[in-house]
Design a protein around this ligand. Structure first.
Ligand code: COA
Length: 163
């Protein structure tokens, strides 16, 4: 069985992430979506909430598992018996960050390869931050995120709004 890990913050998952995940699932026997608990980003959703939102979308797809993890991504991949990391690339602007991440990961775990899938053009400008920003300002985001994520964002910002 060839297993790959698709790591990210997923705060929250977008249709762009979902597209990369679906395409990766066609290439591997199993994909573990790895929701990072501990990185440099201040998140809107807790790790458990981010995991639940992804699970709601992939529910019933036997090739896809969703887990949270702490610590280095490559150590998580090793523990899961995976030798491939999947990342999506949207534009040249992603390249430098992804190159640095891939090189650091290669240094820590030479046996693990990072494979990049190009985002579809229709998702090339979608990011979790832009979605959160638009949602907070009550913009329409239904083309960019699954319905469950849209609902969760609406609920989060409703609770945060001054009463
Ligand atoms: N479609 C839509 N959006 C996409 C996308 C796609 N195909 N690909 C990337 N993005 C966007 C996301 O929306 C997100 O936007 P944001 O910055 O506005 O939030 C951004 O690109 C990347 O987010 P995400 O895909 O969730 O990943 P990340 O870059 O936050 O995740 C980890 C990085 C978790 C892989 C990395 O921090 C990590 O490995 N952390 C664990 C610790 C570790 O091992 N560090 C490395 C040691 S040097």
């Amino acid at each position: 069985m060839i297993r790959a890990v698709y790591p990210g913050t997923f705060d929250p998952m977008t249709n762009g992430h979902l597209d990369i995940l679906t395409r990766a699932a066609d290439l591997f026997d199993e994909i573990i979506v790895a929701v990072a608990d501990d990185n440099n980003k201040q998140t809107l959703f807790t790790p458990a909430e981010r995991l639940a939102l992804i699970e709601e979308e992939v529910n019933g797809q036997p090739k896809i598992k969703v887990m949270t993890f702490c610590g280095l991504t490559v150590e998580f991949a090793r523990r899961q018996g995976a030798r491939t990391l999947i990342r999506g690339l949207r534009a040249m602007s992603d390249y430098e960050y992804e190159l640095q991440l891939a090189m650091m990961n290669k240094k820590f775990a030479p046996e693990i390869e990072t494979i990049f899938l190009m985002a579809q053009v229709k998702y090339s400008f979608v990011s979790s931050s832009a979605i959160k920003w638009a949602s907070r300002l009550e913009g329409r985001i239904e083309d960019f995120v699954p319905a469950g994520v849209e609902r969760a964002l609406r609920e989060k910002y409703r609770l945060q709004a001054p009463r």
